[in-house]
Design a protein around this ligand. Structure first.
Ligand SMILES: CC(C)(COP(=O)(O)OP(=O)(O)OC[C@H]1O[C@@H](n2cnc3c(N)ncnc32)[C@H](O)[C@@H]1OP(=O)(O)O)[C@@H](O)C(=O)NCCC(=O)NCCS
Length: 276
């Protein structure tokens, strides 16, 4: 049996989408991120074949803080247990060494023993457990106005002290970013930072699929005012749903979200990390 790992090419698109549909039937985003992944010059988007047939894929992304984010690891059920996942982890460790990357992180569902065990085999360990909430986006209006912060310095000064209230994490599209000045800059440049005259702050947007989902990364101040603003924003853009993830130890954030009609995701998520 010949297992080959190589960089994805444009011709692999259809087959890779098929690999995802077989491996995670309830989670499909490769069609939406394909162009972003294949054009990522800093990171790596690889596929794996067994005897010439595409059977797996995995993405290595460099986040604004310089850490590596391991994502979209998929192996079709018929080819699981053959070492394709391990091959990708070995590839990613090598990439980190070459690029001088000092931290690698990944996430998985709390009940995904294989994904979790595979990460642990390569030295990653759980650093945080997250809960998530979501809501269907519906027509919504609010009179209250926020303004977008476009100045990086102003945004960084505003946001940095707030990170701690969220465990120094910010989650968009299930990408778990660590809070840092570089992250504040990235969020500002992506037009995600808003504040009002009363000191309320909302960070929201999307890493990808911005037309489908709105992700609330952080809110601070009066929860209802902030979340109403997010709901109105979601209605304006026309997304299907609104999402927010936060460390499970932040019970107050959870309560505020549930009080504002968000519903819990069925199971928690864990983030694992290795410092190289
Ligand atoms: C998770 C996944 C990518 C693993 O890929 P794979 O090619 O089957 O994995 P490999 O054969 O390379 O490695 C298996 C390793 O996982 C670990 N593992 C397997 N089953 C395990 C279990 N029940 N408990 C703990 N660890 C386990 C072991 O370390 C094992 O290696 P070892 O037997 O040599 O120690 C694959 O199962 C998959 O695509 N699942 C569905 C999608 C998914 O969950 N993706 C993960 C991100 S959400």
């Amino acid at each position: 049996m010949e297992i080959i790992l190589r960089k994805a090419t444009p011709e692999d698109k259809e087959k890779t989408i098929w690999v995802e549909s077989q491996s995670t039937p309830n989670l499909s985003y490769v069609p939406h991120v394909w162009d972003m992944f294949i054009n990522d010059k800093e990171g790596d988007w690889s596929v794996e074949s067994v005897d010439g047939e595409l059977a797996g894929c995995g993405k290595y992304s460099i986040l604004p803080d310089g850490s590596a984010w391991l994502e979209t690891l998929r192996v079709i059920p018929q080819r699981q247990g053959l070492g394709l996942g391990k091959r990708l982890y070995e590839h990613w460790l090598k990439l980190s060494e070459e690029k001088g990357v000092k931290t690698m992180r990944m996430y998985t569902g709390i009940n995904n023993a294989v994904s979790s065990g595979l990460a642990e085999r390569y030295g990653l360990s759980t650093v945080e457990t997250f809960h998530g909430v979501k809501m269907e986006a519906k027509p919504f209006k609010t009179e209250h106005s926020f303004k977008r912060i476009t100045d990086v310095e102003e945004a960084t000064e505003l946001l940095l002290p707030l990170g701690e209230q969220w465990g120094n994490w910010i989650v968009l599209n299930r990408t778990y970013y660590k809070w840092s000045p570089a992250m504040c800059k990235w969020l500002t440049e992506k037009d995600m930072v808003y504040k009002d005259d009363d000191g309320n702050v909302v960070v929201m947007g999307a890493r990808f699929m911005a037309d489908y989902q709105l992700h609330i990364g952080l809110f601070h101040g009066d929860a209802k005012t902030c979340l109403d603003f997010a709901k109105a924003n979601a209605a304006n853009i026309g997304v299907k749903s609104i999402h927010c993830l936060y460390p499970q130890r932040f019970n107050e954030i959870e309560k505020q979200l549930l009080d504002n009609k968000f519903v819990m995701e069925p199971a928690p998520f864990i983030v694992k990390e290795i410092n190289l």
